[in-house]
Ligand binder design. Structure first.
Ligand SMILES: O=C(O)CCC(=O)C(=O)O
Ligand SMILES: [Fe+2]
Length: 232
């Protein structure tokens, strides 16, 4: 299931994020043009990175969702920049659950995908399943879906090798919604929601990010607990 939340981040906060990430956006070094940047937000020992900004993003997002969410001890499971580079390849249909089944046993991860600029289909907007859309007031009932069969495509370009089986795609495509987003708006989706994005056919990187929440339980891997982040 998924929902749209408009104007979740202010222009001011987005400018702050983009300023901090400018070394990636304006770099001529192709090596720096990573699609999924897992290091921009980090809490590794003595080198925490950008946690002040992450806290501001979290506060804005959490104020819209926390009341609907049943978490006992919420953590930020991960937070990444999703800067699909010009010409960056299509990300094919998958459920994130296929990747997370072992490290999130009771399926509690929930993702908030935020547009840091206006994002349309040609720049790599997300596509999700039209009939799975709910209103923001219904998102508390998340992660009740089923895992669809995936296949492992070893040499897949773009870093997403686990994909929904080819035979199931026509049915999925017949019920898809392209979610064009305004800068600062977000699509919220659970880990059973099938999604994909097309090639970025523009000549600038597609500027998006994701913050994913989860229940702490007995996890030994997550970015930071919500209470630690708020008390930094
Ligand atoms: O950002 C995209 O285009 C797709 C990313 C994705 O599949 C994910 O973050 O789970
Ligand atoms: Fe995904």
């Amino acid at each position: 299931m998924w929902a749209i939340s408009e104007d979740i981040l202010s222009d001011e906060l987005i400018n702050e994020i983009l300023d901090r990430a400018n070394y990636l956006i304006s770099s001529n070094d192709r090596e720096k043009h990573v699609f999924v940047d897992k290091d921009f937000f980090s809490n590794n020992g003595d080198e925490p990175r950008n946690l002040d900004i992450l806290n501001n993003i979290h506060k804005a997002v959490w104020s819209k969702i926390s009341e609907s969410f049943p978490y006992h001890e919420p953590v930020i499971d991960h937070a990444v920049l999703l800067f699909k580079e010009p010409g960056g390849v299509k990300t094919e249909w998958h459920q994130d659950r296929a990747y997370w089944a072992t490290r999130d046993e009771n399926a509690s991860i929930f993702s908030v995908w935020i547009a840091l600029e206006d994002i349309t289909e040609e720049r790599g907007a997300l596509n999700l399943i039209k009939s799975n859309e709910v209103s923001m007031s219904e998102i508390g009932n998340f992660n009740n879906g089923k895992l669809i069969d995936h296949e492992l495509i070893e040499d897949k370009k773009g870093g997403f090798p686990l994909l929904i089986e080819g035979g199931l795609i026509p049915k999925i495509e017949s019920d898809k919604e392209v979610v064009n987003l305004k800068c600062g708006s977000a699509v919220l989706f659970d880990s059973f929601e099938p999604h994909m994005s097309r090639e970025n056919s523009s000549n600038t990187p597609r500027l998006a990010m994701k913050i994913a929440y989860s229940e702490r339980e007995d996890k030994d891997y997550f970015l930071i607990s919500v209470s630690d982040l708020e008390n930094k």
